[in-house]
Design a protein around this ligand. Structure first.
Ligand code: ADP
Ligand code: MG
Length: 355
């Protein structure tokens, strides 16, 4: 495709292209009365439901690296990370506003790729892209997505409702996104080495990654667990507390315990880690359990339920019970496969200002 600079079509030409790309997302949300085109989007809220709002910013070189991240997948990820926050409140996503700051080196096609990914993901989750803002950037690409969701008062779930004796559950598997990231970083090093030595980058190196595609997908194309929220709603299951795992099981469980004034005991042998994640950890001489506890970006749901609700989740293969909530005096502990107890607060997740 020939390179077409954004300056050639200008800000309004670009917004027209964006509007066309997100148009297919509108049909799922009849309550959105006006999308892109006016000063504000207009949404008709339901009188019965509460609205939840969240925002997440993704910054080049902090959250992603365009050398290893296709723009279409980045677009999809921006939507998914916000949907994941909405899911953590047991709510359903309804619409999003997207602000971008774009370096002048970007082509029109690059922004189209980004919005194709956003639009695709939004359609999958049944939410509308309703507007946004566009600026130039003197440094890298910055994407900020704000999202509104809806939930009934009874279904609203926060971090602070866990009680001693309740079960701690997690969806899907953990550590896969960290495994994918480690592989991509290794690949980038190899690529940069080739460039430094003036050797052509051999595509067959990338071909080796095929067998790891599942882990790389977890990193580049995480999916928010809207299916789990729909499962709760359809089965009348009311989690007592919930959070999405963005920073790692250890620190996100600490958030629940801190807000609920409880402790927790989880069991190493019950933490769901995919066999491929373990294999990659072995190959890279790393530790899959550490990835599950601190790797982050898995975007699974971590929640608590009263013990008598266990029969309602037991048949769902996507949910694992990994431990139980305890009194706050007992602290936060992991019992390892040898029966030793490890203080979870000594295991830290990702922190932007301490990494
Ligand atoms: P204003 O000057 O009033 O802020 P803009 O020219 O920025 O208006 O935006 C015009 C319309 O395009 C608005 O409906 C806005 O929501 C939408 N819009 C602008 N930039 C984006 C973007 N990056 N993504 C989605 N919608 C956008
Ligand atoms: Mg504007």
């Amino acid at each position: 495709m020939p390179y077409k600079a954004i300056s050639g079509i200008g800000e309004f030409g670009l917004i027209d292209k964006i509007a066309a790309l997100v148009e297919p997302t509108l049909s799922a949300v009849p309550e959105l009365l006006m999308g892109i085109g006016d000063d504000c989007a207009v949404y008709q809220p339901s009188t019965q439901l509460l609205q939840v709002a969240t925002t997440d910013m993704l910054v080049d070189q902090v959250h992603f690296d365009l050398l290893t991240t296709p723009l279409k997948l980045l677009g999809s990820k921006c939507i998914s990370v916000n949907v994941s926050d909405i899911c953590a409140m047991n709510a359903l996503p309804r619409y999003a506003l997207i602000s971008i700051a774009v370096p002048s080196s970007f082509s029109v096609a690059m922004i189209e790729e980004l919005y194709m990914g956003m639009s695709y993901a939004a359609k999958e989750y049944g939410l509308a892209i309703a507007g946004g803002d566009t600026s130039s950037s003197r440094s890298g690409l910055i994407i900020s997505v704000s999202m509104i969701g809806e939930v009934s008062r009874e279904q609203l779930t926060s971090r602070d409702g866990a009680k001693p004796g309740e079960l701690i559950c997690v969806s899907g598997s953990l550590g896969g996104a960290a495994a994918g990231l480690k592989l991509l970083m290794r690949e980038k090093e190899i690529m940069l080495e080739h460039i430094e030595n003036n050797e052509p980058y051999n595509k067959s190196v990338m071909a080796d990654l095929k067998e790891y595609s599942e882990s790389i997908r977890h990193q580049l194309l995480p999916l928010a667990r809207l299916d789990i929220v729909r499962f709760f709603h359809s089965k009348n299951i009311y989690p007592s507390s919930m959070i999405d795992i963005s920073d790692g099981l250890s620190s996100d469980l600490q958030h629940i315990c801190h807000r609920s004034s409880t402790g927790a005991l989880i069991h190493e042998n019950r933490i769901p880690i995919h066999p491929s994640t373990r294999r990659i950890a072995d190959e890279l001489h790393d530790d899959a359990l550490t990835w599950a506890l601190t790797g982050g970006e898995d975007y699974q749901l971590l929640f608590t339920i009263p013990e008598d609700e266990y029969p309602m989740i037991v048949d769902n293969k996507e949910i694992s019970v990994i431990g139980e909530i305890t009194d706050s005096e007992a602290g936060l502990n992991l019992s390892d496969i040898y029966g030793m107890t490890i203080d979870l607060t000594s295991i830290k997740g990702f922190d932007h200002f301490n990494s």
